[in-house]
Design a protein around this ligand. Structure first.
Ligand SMILES: C[S@@+](CC[C@H](N)C(=O)[O-])C[C@H]1O[C@@H](n2cnc3c(N)ncnc32)[C@H](O)[C@@H]1O
Length: 486
């Protein structure tokens, strides 16, 4: 049985001087207790807490009178006899006591907890497996939004008003369900308390309405799904995915990321596939506006980051113009994800002091791009969507004075199980581009490619690497690149 004890502003005692004592003292401080630690020789951690004023530290041996008037006591000492004596003193003073790592001596166990303001989640294993309880705690911690405590505090502000206006029982329960599972909670969790309060007041004043007043204005999250590996998703992205009613997703989004969404969420593919027309941008806007106006929680899931070659800016503008609230959840853009997966540092003290992200959809005669500047000596140039224009790009860079032997990496399906990394020179770029398969491709040009460890050039998973075609293999072999760590 897990029972919660309120120790807020109550005196609490910890006896012990090691890391266990410090951890338990911190636990009690976080719970709001006034903590005294008795430690003849305190650890640096405890001394720092005392100096910061979070605990009172008594550098002496404990005595029975230390237990008098205390709400709760923790015994964190190594010696069994000493621990038994201290537990005896606590019992005589009728103080509930926990002896660390000694469940048989303890009146209660200290659960692993996740705190979000007034919300506390406790995980107890009855002393059987504290390490497992801590693991469960970290999983729950990752799931709960950072602002959950703000939501609880927000609800507390309106409790009396709800009590006064909405009849107890089912109507009140329904109202709170609507608050916590709808747009109002979304706004608080997104940091928009003013907007949430405005809607809450509307809801309290018209609680009987079948359609809440906030429906019709809707909410959309533009979420960055990262380059593929679902573990690269942010915690916030996972949370909004799990709350979404409908998800409009690009074709680049890895199916494993979509698997993290709520099972019954509607998934709508709106991405362009190579050789297929796809849904037009204006139609995507219209569909998002329609779904959000219908009161649905909409996620627009985009590969990488929504604001890096993702048309996120246009979508935000269209949604705002339609009066829809829109929030952006950033993602790991392909340049960062692929570079990490390939072991290529985009900047490096010895090789590059600047990075440029460029779209490869360049044509001969495009005026706005100055290739020599972008791919100059101590710069790294990262090219998105560069497969089709690889020959043009290589020709323009070389014509502008970039050495033909400049190192190049071509990363296909970066961070995914079928990732492949091909390396060569700028002169060999067109050949490398012909060698890649049908997956998304990112090109990195610059001396930083030399800093990648050679083993990264293999596929990262058990998936076999596709055999290089003879022509590409020859061009790569002739590339004057030594893969040495610098
Ligand atoms: C329309 S852009 C979208 C970029 C995305 N918003 C981002 O921040 O990564 C699509 C291009 O991103 C690059 N890309 C995205 N995911 C990739 C991956 N896993 N591996 C290699 N390149 C990738 C490719 O150049 C692809 O053609």
């Amino acid at each position: 049985m897990l029972v919660s004890l309120t120790v807020s502003d109550q005196p609490a005692l910890v006896v012990g001087s090691d890391a266990n004592a410090a951890a338990k003292a911190r636990f009690l401080v976080d719970a709001g207790a006034r903590v005294t630690v008795i430690a003849p020789t305190a650890s640096a951690d405890l001394t720092a807490m005392a100096e910061a004023g979070t605990v009172h530290l008594a550098a002496r041996a404990p005595a029975p009178c230390d237990l008098i008037g205390v709400a709760v006591a923790i015994v964190a000492v190594e010696d069994e006899t000493h621990a038994r004596r201290l537990v005896g003193w606590a019992r005589a003073a009728r103080v509930p006591v926990n002896a660390v790592d000694r469940p048989a001596l303890s009146d209660f166990s200290v659960p692993a907890v996740v705190r979000r303001g007034p919300i506390t989640v406790g995980i107890a294993s009855g002393g059987a497996a504290p390490a497992l309880a801590r693991l469960v705690r970290s999983r729950i911690d990752a799931l709960l939004p950072e602002r959950l405590g703000d939501l609880a505090t927000f609800a507390a502000r309106f409790r009396d008003a709800v009590k006064a206006t909405v009849p107890t029982g089912r109507p009140r329960r329904l109202l709170w369900d609507r608050v916590f599972q709808g747009d109002i909670a979304e706004r608080v969790l997104a940091g928009d308390e003013a907007g949430a309060a405005e809607r809450m007041i509307g809801l309290i004043n018209r609680p009987d309405q079948a359609t809440p007043p906030e429906a019709g204005r809707g909410i959309v999250h533009l979420v960055g799904a990262g380059p593929g590996d679902p573990e690269l998703l942010t915690l916030k992205a996972q949370r909004v995915l799990q709350a979404a009613d409908v998800i409009f997703h690009d074709s680049l989004v890895d199916p494993r990321v979509l698997d993290l969404a709520r099972r019954d969420a509607t998934r709508v593919p709106v991405g362009k596939r190579r050789g297929a027309p796809g849904v037009g941008q204006a139609a995507i806007h219209d569909r998002m506006v329609a779904a959000a106006s219908d009161g649905q929680r909409v996620v627009r899931l985009k590969g990488g980051d929504p604001f890096v070659f993702g048309r996120g800016g246009e979508e935000v503008a269209a949604l705002e113009a339609a009066g829809i609230d829109v929030h952006v959840v950033p993602g790991i853009t392909a340049a960062l994800g692929c570079a990490a997966a390939a072991g290529i540092p985009l900047t490096h003290r010895d090789h590059a002091s600047a990075v440029t992200l460029l779209t490869g959809q360049v044509q001969d005669g495009d005026a706005e791009v100055d290739p020599a500047t972008l791919a100059g000596g101590d710069r790294t140039l990262v090219v998105y969507m560069g497969r089709a224009g690889a020959s043009t790009l290589a020709r323009r860079l070389i014509a502008a004075g970039v050495p033909a032997g400049r190192p190049v990496a071509m990363i296909e399906n970066g961070t995914r199980p079928d990732q492949t990394i091909r390396t060569g020179t700028l002169a060999a770029l067109p050949l490398l581009a012909r060698q890649v398969g049908g997956g998304p491709v990112l090109i990195v040009i610059g001396d930083v490619v030399r800093a990648a460890p050679a083993w990264k050039s293999r596929t990262p998973s058990s998936a076999p690497a596709p055999a290089p075609s003879p022509v590409a293999a020859a061009s790569i072999a002739s590339a004057p690149i030594a893969f040495a760590r610098t």
